[in-house]
Ligand binder design. Structure first.
Ligand SMILES: [Zn+2]
Length: 114
């Protein structure tokens, strides 16, 4: 490291800072000339440009209730079929059942069947 002020040699304090001989807030380089005594501090941009602190992620929940997705989906499909059958039966008996209502029935069946 060349002194930016007088062009002379500088003490490299980085190792001494790392091993604790010098304080961490000591300059990285100091001019060997007492008459100059120029110091060079660590590049603040370099120090501050680290990655942002990691945010704590919520723990991933175990998916014990859903062993396999296709199985769950097929279960729900059966619920929809059953709900549609119920709706057909209801229509035959003069009830007007909307698609929204069928979907609600399917959901209810699905939840209650576990
Ligand atoms: Zn110097």
């Amino acid at each position: 490291m060349q002194c930016p002020k007088c062009g002379g040699e500088m003490w490299d304090n980085r190792q001494k800072k790392a091993d604790g001989t010098f304080k961490a807030n000591a300059p990285d380089y100091k001019c060997k000339l007492d008459s100059c005594a120029e110091v060079v501090w660590p590049d603040k941009d370099e120090q501050g440009a680290g990655p942002p602190p990691m945010r704590e992620q919520p723990p991933v929940e175990d998916e014990q209730d859903a062993p396999a997705e296709h199985f769950t989906v097929s279960k729900f499909k059966h619920c929809i079929v059953d709900a549609t059958m119920l709706a057909e039966w209801a229509k035959k008996h003069g009830l007007n059942v909307s698609d929204v209502e069928i979907a609600k029935w399917a959901t209810t069946l699905f939840i209650n069947r576990g």
